[in-house]
Design a protein around this ligand. Structure first.
Ligand SMILES: Cc1cc2nc3c(=O)[nH]c(=O)nc-3n(C[C@H](O)[C@H](O)[C@H](O)COP(=O)(O)OP(=O)(O)OC[C@H]3O[C@@H](n4cnc5c(N)ncnc54)[C@H](O)[C@@H]3O)c2cc1C
Length: 266
């Protein structure tokens, strides 16, 4: 978004403070103590940045840590040929799920499980010798742990001339692969609103209203998807039955809203 418009500037510094006295002008202070005077600030500073703290007055954000994503990249040549299928594969287990897809010559892997099951031998318990994914239980595979965010949409996206975008405004578990995608939608919406008026406050207010409504449905859907993927016991058996009966049409109708392009932003 910044690259696309001459009147948008990236402030390449670590912000420590946002100063916006009631009725006064907006400025930010960086870690060197330098003050920058601004007409408006798009704060895309992630889940914990000063922009989000400023706009939401430090309200509690997303929870982290109940679920973990274990991530790895493995050369495709070391795996059976079916792993090279050029598509995302989702394997639903009991309380865990695994997603994989090729990236170049590697297979990208994400296994999601409750933090309580992430013991030293988790690979062997999640992908035992009897599992079709047994080859991924190899203890030599190097997995990186990432805490997964719970679903969160900021109750307020704008305070005066400061507006939130990306994970600062909304964070979601990665079950629909939509976190960064929704951030890009934010950028497109902001550009459309800034193109339509010279008044930054009007543009920010319109953007915040539009995106808060649209993104909250996706955040909710990502959350529900995660709950369905995490089912175990009889609930998981019912889920599997429904998916087998519904087939690809069921998945497509569940995802239609997620993949639908917003005609205003294309
Ligand atoms: C396991 C996992 C898998 C995922 N898979 C997908 C996927 O397949 N598809 C998808 O779309 N999304 C996915 N996501 C989500 C995606 O990674 C995030 O939604 C995205 O990275 C958020 O981008 P962002 O720029 O809004 O925030 P961030 O990536 O958090 O960036 C915030 C930036 O702000 C900067 N910053 C922070 N504080 C300050 C400060 N004080 N001053 C100046 N700068 C500051 C930081 O340095 C950083 O550069 C996944 C997430 C996880 C955990």
């Amino acid at each position: 978004a910044v690259g696309a418009r001459a009147n948008l500037t990236r402030v390449p510094c670590n912000l420590t403070n946002i100063d916006q006295p009631p009725g006064g002008s907006l400025s930010v202070i960086d870690e060197t103590g330098t003050r920058h005077h601004l007409d408006g600030l798009i704060a895309a500073d992630g889940g914990d940045g000063p922009g989000k703290q400023h706009v939401t007055s430090g309200q509690r954000g997303a929870d982290m840590g109940a679920k973990l994503a274990m991530r790895a990249q493995i050369p495709l040549h070391s795996l059976p040929a079916h792993f090279a299928l050029p598509a995302s594969q989702l394997w639903l287990g009991r309380g865990v799920h695994v997603v994989h897809y090729p990236i170049g010559d590697d297979l990208n892997l994400v296994a999601t499980l409750p933090a309580s099951r992430a013991r030293a031998d988790w690979q062997q318990t999640v992908m035992p010798a009897t599992s079709p994914l047994a080859v991924l239980g190899d203890p030599a595979i190097n997995w990186a742990r990432t805490s997964i965010s719970s679903a969160f949409t900021a109750p307020c996206w704008r305070r005066g001339s400061v507006v939130l975008a990306g994970d600062a405004a909304h964070s979601m578990p990665p079950h629909l692969a939509q976190g960064a995608g929704q951030g890009l939608q934010d950028a497109a919406s902001l550009l459309a609103w800034l193109d339509g008026t010279d008044n930054i406050d009007t543009a920010f207010a319109g953007y915040a209203r539009e995106r808060a409504t649209d993104v909250s449905r996706i955040v909710q859907k990502a959350d529900i998807s995660g709950r369905i993927m995490a089912m175990s016991g009889p609930a998981a058996r019912l889920r599997d039955l429904a998916l087998n009966l519904g087939g690809p049409r069921l998945m497509q109708s569940w995802l239609a809203e997620v993949w639908a392009a917003d005609p205003r932003l294309v």
